[in-house]
Write a protein that binds this ligand. Sequence first.
Ligand SMILES: Nc1ncnc2c1ncn2[C@@H]1O[C@H](COP(=O)(O)OP(=O)(O)O)[C@@H](O)[C@H]1O
Ligand SMILES: [Mg+2]
Length: 300
Amino acid sequence: MGNRKIGMWLYQNGGGDKIQEKLIKQLKQRDIDVIADINLRNAIAKNGHILYDGIKLDKLDLFFSYNAGEQTQYQMYLYKALNHVIPMINSYDAFELTEDKFHTSFLLRRNKIQTADYKLCHRDDTHHLQEIMKKWSKMVYKPTDGWGGVGLTKIENRETLDMLIPFLNQMDLRYFYVEKFIDYDNTDYRVDIVDGQYVACYGRKASEGSWKTNITSGGSVFVREPNDDVINLALKAVKVTGLDIAGVDIIYDRKKEEYIVLEVNGIPAFATPEQEKLGLDFNDKKIELIANLIDKKTKK
Ligand SMILES: Nc1ncnc2c1ncn2[C@@H]1O[C@H](COP(=O)(O)OP(=O)(O)O)[C@@H](O)[C@H]1O
Ligand SMILES: [Mg+2]
């Protein structure tokens, strides 16, 4: 019987190329061959097969997709088709779910996991927003498919909301998703989970005058030990989403005096070389857990 063979598409920036090398080496030691850099953008589907550079992707034992920067509709379309016939990490269903903030919050809350209170309404039902504004006093408008803090808008009073609505109406959206603005200390926990196991945690802090902890919005990372509540909350949230690899963003709600899940990410970045210098030293552990997971999922 020949070696197992998997396809891989991993981001190359921020040290991703080095991570890929290490992961391929770990897989080799487990007798798993890797075809790397398979960008579904360049694949085609033809009759019963998905072809990339003469390779039938549907014959692979698994496909590992880990590139947050480039997920176009076409790639997602093929991701879904491919996952009907071979295992993928993350699974299409789990990944698609967590790409959407409303669907994720909805499912988390159904499973009794604390999140920010939210409301989703049809674009024509803006009176719901005005109503809830009275109750919440401050809220955050979020695009349901955004990342990096882009497009998040804090609404602090009725006037801001009235100003924002015509603007949102111009954007041809079908619905509005808003969350109650959480009173927190402008820091969060990012908890990394692989295969239901805790890998690591670090903190992020918003820059002076900002309420967003995203690095792309000026936030910075710091070494941060989680307590058991934070770890258990992250583990529970990931279980509900079905992600094999996840990064859970958690903040502490000072009003309710409890931790809440802000977001579950399906492609949490490895520590960059600069972050490793700051003391974020989980990359090797994460690579090993991912190699073990791929090994497990491809066992014949
Ligand atoms: N409901 C909220 N209350 C207060 N701050 C929030 C809230 N939601 C998000 N934030 C801040 O905005 C950042 C980005 O929000 P998030 O939902 O994770 O979207 P993104 O996918 O853009 O990262 C968070 O890291 C947090 O700092
Ligand atoms: Mg986030």
